[in-house]
Structures are given as structure tokens and as C-alpha cells.
Design a protein around this ligand. Structure first.
Ligand code: ADP
Ligand code: MG
Length: 347
């Protein structure tokens, strides 16, 4: 599509990297965000600051764009649906509705025959008691979780605090004795073609991604299963854009799906430097109805997330060939906040 203007909802680092990829393809971007200081405004052609519920702001946004995509899944579904009536939203809003809700997400993948950790839907302390067999487990809010927010480790029933009032819906997951975590980034185009990046190995600390690397040290069997499940999900959802599937591998080498992100993903940042076409460029290509182009792997790589105050040190460092530092230019440094990343290519 010539002369396309792409609307992006959300203005964090993923939005920034999407804008940069769009610029490379001569696609204009307009970012709409409820964060006045969102760094993506440094890279977009236009920035609209407003609450997602503000009808006038939404109108201003859609009247300026041809297509809409988003950098995060926790956008109220009604807003995505109403925007979709005026401008195509990709990935389609119903996908987001399934994936932003852990119960619907897990039911969807289990119905496809894809294994997850054992889980139960929880509305009360009584429900936790009934599912004692899932302990030690992790209680997660059913919606609106990210980077470990809204998660509580329950080692035994005693950890269910007396004063908890269970105002939200939750799911309880059995705690997996992890051997490894991996993710698969996949891009699917409007003509149903796909490109699947090789699985990426991820190390989390305090439920936040710390390192990612390729190649993942996994068996051929796991490699293929992880890619096949990601493809099955993308096809079933009739997905358009880039998506990420996160998996656990347990001590018995079972591959268990953890969650689906209906967007570009932090673990895929290394695709910017390690492949000829990044997850961001493929996302833009797909949602703007451009063709799938051949993707070449350039190098093995490791990506390190830079959290909180660590950024200060990186800002004063010099870098060698094959090291790529990204400063997200966030206004405020906060503990554990993702402030930047570095990708190191490894021959
Ligand atoms: P978020 O939506 O915040 O990314 P996740 O469900 O992906 O939440 O959990 C974040 C991290 O917490 C996972 O990548 C993993 O390291 C750890 N974790 C989450 N659920 C489990 C589980 N059931 N067993 C073991 N570790 C888990
Ligand atoms: Mg996750």
C-alpha cells in the first residue's frame, strides 16, 4: 500500500521500535497513548496524547490513519472494537480479547491439543482450597498482568492471606520446575504466508525477562514442536502481524505453553540485529499488507535487558563492533523498569 499512515496504540519501547521499522519502509506513524511522556513520540510522525476512553481523541486518531495496530494487549476491548468499525485494527480485536484473558487463552490452546501447566480458574479462597493439588503454584490475575505484575506465589494454603478479598478473577497455575524458557516469534501475512524465527532461549529474574539468546540450547524435537504450535495458533487465529509464544520446558523435557503475546515481544529484540528483517519490520509489513520478503539470519546473538539504574552505566559506555545499545529514552528511571537493551552478535 502506498502512502500508508499507520496508527499505533501505545508509546513505549515496542511502539518506538515499530515506528523506526515503519520509517525504513516509508510508512508514516501516528502514536496514540495515555502516557504523556511515552518515548515513541520521539520516533513517530505525530503523537496524540489522551485517555483511550476519550471519544474525541480516538476520533482525531482514526481520522489521521489508514490502519491501526498496537504495542500492548491490555487495551480495553470495547475501544479496539469501536476503532475497528472505522479503521482496520490488526491483529484483529477478537484475538486480543482471547489472549488478554488467561482463562480464555489457556482454554483456546488446550482445545488445540497444546499442553500448558495445570491450571484452574479462581474466584475465591474456597476455589484455591479446592485446587490444593496445584500448590505450590502461582496465582495470576486473569487479565492485565505484565512483567510479573499481579502474580502471587502460593507455596501452601497458608499463603492465602486472610485479608485477601479476591476482587478480581484469577487463575492458579501449578509451579513448573523449569529447565528452560523459550519463545517463538512468528509473523503472518495477509496472504496467510508465515515467517517463523528460530526459538529464542530466555532467562527471567523476578518474573522479568533478563537475557535472551539464539541459538536456544534445545532438542530438535522441542525446536520443531515449539514452531509447529506457534504456527497452529497463528493459523487458527487467522493472525496478521507478529506474535510471540512463550513456553516452559520442564525437567522431563515437556514443552508447556506459558502465554501468547499478540504483538512484537521483548525476547524478539535480537531480531533487529541478528536477522535481515526484524520482528518489527515483519509486523509492519504484515499489517500494512506488504509482501513477505526472504529473511536471512546474520548471526547468533544475545540480548540483555537493561533495568532501572543500570542504564546510567550503559549511557557512559563505549561499544565494540557487534554490540548494539538501545536507550529507550524514558523520562523517569524506576526500579526494574525496562530502560534499554543491548544486543551482542556472536559469530
Ligand atoms: P507476564 O504476563 O507478567 O509476562 P508470565 O505468566 O509470563 O507473566 O510470567 C512471568 C514469568 O514468571 C515467566 O516467564 C516465568 O519465569 C515465571 N512463571 C510464571 N508462571 C510460572 C509457572 N507456572 N511455573 C514456573 N514459573 C512461572
Ligand atoms: Mg510472560
Amino acid at each position: 500500500m502506498l502512502d500508508t499512515t499507520l496508527g499505533i496504540i501505545g508509546s513505549g519501547q515496542l511502539g518506538s521500535l515499530l515506528c523506526q521499522a515503519a520509517k525504513k519502509l516509508n510508512i508514516k506513524t501516528i502514536v496514540f497513548s495515555d502516557d504523556e511522556h511515552g518515548p515513541a513520540q520521539n520516533y513517530s510522525d505525530k503523537f496524540i496524547f489522551g485517555k483511550y476512553e476519550d471519544k474525541d481523541k480516538v476520533k482525531e486518531f482514526i481520522s489521521n490513519v489508514d490502519i491501526v495496530t498496537y504495542e500492548f494487549e491490555n487495551i480495553p476491548i470495547e475501544i479496539l472494537k469501536s476503532i475497528n468499525k472505522e479503521r482496520k485494527v490488526l491483529p484483529k480485536p477478537y484475538i486480543n480479547q482471547t489472549v488478554q484473558n488467561r482463562k480464555l487463552e489457556k482454554t483456546f490452546v488446550n482445545d488445540l491439543g497444546i499442553k500448558t501447566t495445570e491450571w484452574a480458574f479462581i474466584k475465591s479462597a474456597e476455589d484455591v482450597k479446592k485446587n490444593e493439588k496445584l500448590l505450590p503454584g502461582i496465582l495470576k490475575t486473569n487479565t492485565l498482568g505484565y512483567d510479573g505484575h499481579g502474580q502471587f506465589i502460593l507455596n501452601s494454603l497458608e499463603d492465602v492471606k486472610k485479608d485477601w478479598c479476591f476482587t478480581a478473577d484469577y487463575i492458579l497455575e501449578k509451579k513448573v520446575n523449569l529447565r528452560k524458557e523459550i519463545s517463538v516469534v512468528i509473523s503472518r501475512f495477509t496472504n496467510n504466508e508465515i515467517y517463523i524465527y528460530e526459538p529464542i532461549e530466555n532467562i527471567h529474574k523476578d518474573q522479568i525477562l533478563k537475557h535472551s539468546k539464539i541459538p536456544a540450547e534445545i532438542t530438535t524435537d522441542i525446536y520443531e514442536k515449539a514452531q509447529d504450535s506457534a504456527k497452529l495458533i497463528a493459523d487458527k487465529l487467522d493472525y496478521v502481524g507478529t506474535m510471540c509464544v512463550e513456553y516452559f520446558i520442564d525437567q522431563e523435557e515437556n514443552l508447556l505453553l506459558n502465554e501468547i503475546a499478540p504483538r512484537v515481544h521483548n525476547s524478539g529484540h535480537l531480531t533487529i540485529n541478528a536477522f535481515s528483517i526484524s520482528q518489527f519490520e515483519n509486523h509492519i509489513r504484515a499489517v500494512c499488507n506488504l509482501s513477505k520478503e526472504p529473511v536471512k539470519k546474520i548471526s547468533n546473538a544475545k540480548m540483555i535487558n537493561i533495568l532501572g539504574n543500570e542504564i546510567q552505566d550503559y549511557r557512559n559506555r563505549s561499544f565494540k563492533d557487534g554490540e548494539f545499545f538501545f536507550d529507550y529514552q524514558k523520562k523517569k528511571i524506576k526500579e526494574k523498569r525496562k530502560m534499554g537493551h543491548i544486543t551482542i552478535l556472536k559469530k
